[in-house]
Write a protein that binds this ligand. Structure first.
Ligand code: S3P
Length: 169
C-alpha cells in the first residue's frame, strides 16, 4: 500500500508517538504536520499563535497539508484541528487512508497537562471543560475517518498492531 497513512484526532490522543512507531515499523517516512509548520515558520506553534493568531496558523497548516498530500508512502500525524477545514480533508483523503485516534476527555486532560505546548489549552483554568467542548464541536470532523481506534487504555504498540492487522500491512 503506497497510500499515505494519516493520523487525525484531538490533542493528546497520541498521533505523534504512534506515527513515529508506525513509520519505523513500515519503513516509511514520517511527517508531523505541527513540526513541519514550526520548521517552515522558524518558530514554535505557541509563538505563531502569540504573534500572529490562530487564523494565520490555520493558513500555514493549509499550506503544509497541500505540500504533504502531494507525497506518497508516508505516515502523517496531523494537528488536532487540521480536519476542521474541508479542503484539508479532501486533500488528505485523496492522498491516503485516514485513521482517527480517540481518547476519553479525562485522559486527554492528564496527557495535555504540560504547559507551553498547546495554545488552545494553555492559560486555561477550565481545561477539562474546554477539552469536552472542543471534542463535542469536532466530533463531526473526526467522524470522517476510514478507521477509528480508542487509545484510552492501549499502548502505542497495541494500537500499531491493530492498525497493521486492520489494513493488512
Ligand atoms: C491544535 C492542535 C495542535 C496544534 C495547534 C492546534 C488544535 O496539535 O496543531 O496547537 O486545534 O487542536 P496536536 O493535536 O498535535 O497537539
Amino acid at each position: 500500500m503506497k497510500d499515505n497513512l494519516i493520523l487525525i484526532g484531538f490533542m493528546g490522543t497520541g498521533k505523534t508517538s504512534l506515527g513515529k512507531l508506525l513509520a519505523n515499523r513500515l519503513g516509511r517516512g514520517f511527517v508531523d504536520l505541527d513540526q513541519k509548520i514550526e520548521r517552515d515558520a522558524g518558530m514554535s506553534i505557541l509563538k505563531i499563535f502569540e504573534l500572529h493568531g490562530e487564523k494565520y496558523f490555520r493558513e500555514l497548516e493549509k499550506k503544509a497539508v497541500r505540500e504533504v498530500s502531494e507525497r506518497k508512502n508516508l505516515v502523517i500525524a496531523t494537528g488536532g484541528g487540521t480536519v476542521k477545514d474541508a479542503e484539508n480533508v479532501r486533500l488528505l483523503k485523496n492522498s491516503g487512508v485516514i485513521i482517527c485516534l480517540t481518547t476519553e476527555p479525562e485522559e486527554i486532560f492528564r496527557r495535555t497537562e504540560r504547559r507551553g505546548e498547546r495554545p488552545l489549552l494553555d492559560k486555561n483554568d477550565q481545561r477539562l471543560e474546554t477539552i469536552k467542548k472542543l471534542l463535542a464541536e469536532r466530533e463531526i470532523f473526526y467522524s470522517q475517518a476510514d478507521y477509528t481506534i480508542d487509545t484510552t487504555n492501549w499502548s502505542p504498540l497495541q494500537i500499531m498492531n491493530d492498525i497493521c492487522e486492520h489494513f493488512k500491512i
